[in-house]
Design a protein around this ligand. Structure first.
Ligand code: PLP
Length: 373
């Protein structure tokens, strides 16, 4: 099995902890341990300090599975497999479901592991391209599916574009996968992050037993360092297979991470609205930035998630542009090439507003100097 370099993660590996201003992260500003323990009340800090640090259950801590299942309409705790981030959920699912000679149909662009793992197993990857306004054409989907199609893979709210599909489109998607008897793998790591409540989608695992939902604590709650994700499915045999494969990957999560994650999910209503508000503010700031720099970007505001995918209207090599900005101005953007486009950049809105504004000030200087060259 050969995995090609994960372009986005390699870019982060090189710059994320070197730069002062990370303007392209796809998660909410981070939440710290004290905030979580405070939300959970008086006994929590003491309980946390006395947690047993032994192995934990492979499918996940029972309290955490229960809290996660409450995010869904139709899932029970036993329908949830906890994983190390959504990354492990994707890895397990692909390895359990995909065989050499299968094909998968994947929304494109998309987070690389959502097709790369299947490709490394020997599956053909069929890209279902977004149009230039980031819409998916459902009429094209049936033409991409055949008898060897194991799954259709989508991600909504979508990274990098912030696009959504409508509830009607989602229903049609479910009808198509059911008619063709293939899985729908629905990466929902940004679920809950929408800027207009009418854009909120039902979670796919609630709609069909052929649909698997992937979630995590990284994006909405800003808890990437806990490395907690999950998959939700109404197919016990699939969950059992993933759990058995997990014996070879990570076996279980860390007890402190599961403890803090349970609190985070339980107190979602206290945590998430602030994160959305902050991102909404940063989206406005970015809108003003674009108005102050006419002719540099054209962009579509996100309907959900923490990112957008502006198109650069300058005649530049996007990799060199982003590299120079990181190395000379300590401001990080994600070059679109990590998503197969040499005309876009990914920008992230989850950051705290002061950081975001200071980063944009430097970016402004960079653009002005770039235009003079
Ligand atoms: C769409 C999508 N899925 C999955 C992941 C993996 O996230 P994690 O492993 O932190 O849960 C990411 C991370 O950026 C992502 O953007």
């Amino acid at each position: 099995m050969r995995l090609s370099p994960f372009l986005l993660e390699r870019w982060f590996a090189k710059y994320e902890f070197e730069v002062k201003y990370n303007l392209c992260a796809s998660c909410a500003s981070s939440t710290n341990t004290a905030e979580l323990l405070h939300l959970a009340g008086e006994n929590a800090a003491n309980e946390y300090l006395h947690l047993d640090l032994d192995y934990t259950q492979n499918p996940g801590n029972p309290r955490l599975r229960k809290e996660i299942s409450r995010l869904y309409q139709n899932q029970q705790p036993e329908d949830i497999q906890v994983t190390i981030g959504a990354s492990e959920a994707i890895y397990l699912l692909m390895n359990c479901l995909v065989q050499p000679g299968d094909n998968i149909v994947v929304q494109y662009p998309i987070y690389q592991s959502l097709f790369e793992v299947a490709s490394s197993i020997g599956a053909e990857v069929r890209c279902w391209h977004l149009d230039e306004n980031f819409n998916l054409d459902l009429d094209k989907l049936p033409q991409l599916i055949d008898e060897q199609t194991k799954m259709v893979v989508v991600n909504y709210p979508h990274s990098p574009t912030g696009a959504m599909i409508s509830i009607e489109q989602q229903q049609r998607l479910i009808q198509i996968i059911e008619k063709n008897d293939c899985y729908l793998i629905s990466d929902e790591v940004y679920a809950g992050i929408v800027y207009n409540p009418t854009h909120e989608l039902p979670r796919a695992a609630d709609l069909s037993s052929l649909a698997v939902s992937i979630g995590d604590l990284t994006k909405p709650w800003g808890l990437g360092g806990l490395r907690v994700g999950w998959l939700a499915s109404k197919q016990p045999e699939l969950l059992e297979k993933c759990s058995a494969m997990r014996d070879y990957t990570t076996m279980c999560n860390a007890a402190p991470a599961e403890y803090l994650s349970s609190i985070a999910v339980q107190y979602s209503e206290e945590i998430l609205p602030q994160k959305i508000e902050l991102a909404r503010q940063n989206i406005k700031t970015w809108q003003q930035f674009c108005e102050q720099h006419p002719g540099v970007f054209s962009w579509i505001p996100p309907k959900g998630g923490f990112t957008a995918f502006p198109k650069i209207e300058l005649d530049v090599n996007v990799d060199n542009f982003c590299r120079k900005l990181a190395e000379e101005y300590s401001v990080l953007l994600m070059p679109g090439s990590t998503f197969g486009s040499d005309q876009h950049i990914r920008i992230g809105f989850g950051n705290n507003s002061t950081q975001f504004e200071e980063g944009l000030e430097l970016f402004s200087k960079f653009i002005n100097s770039y235009r003079k060259i």
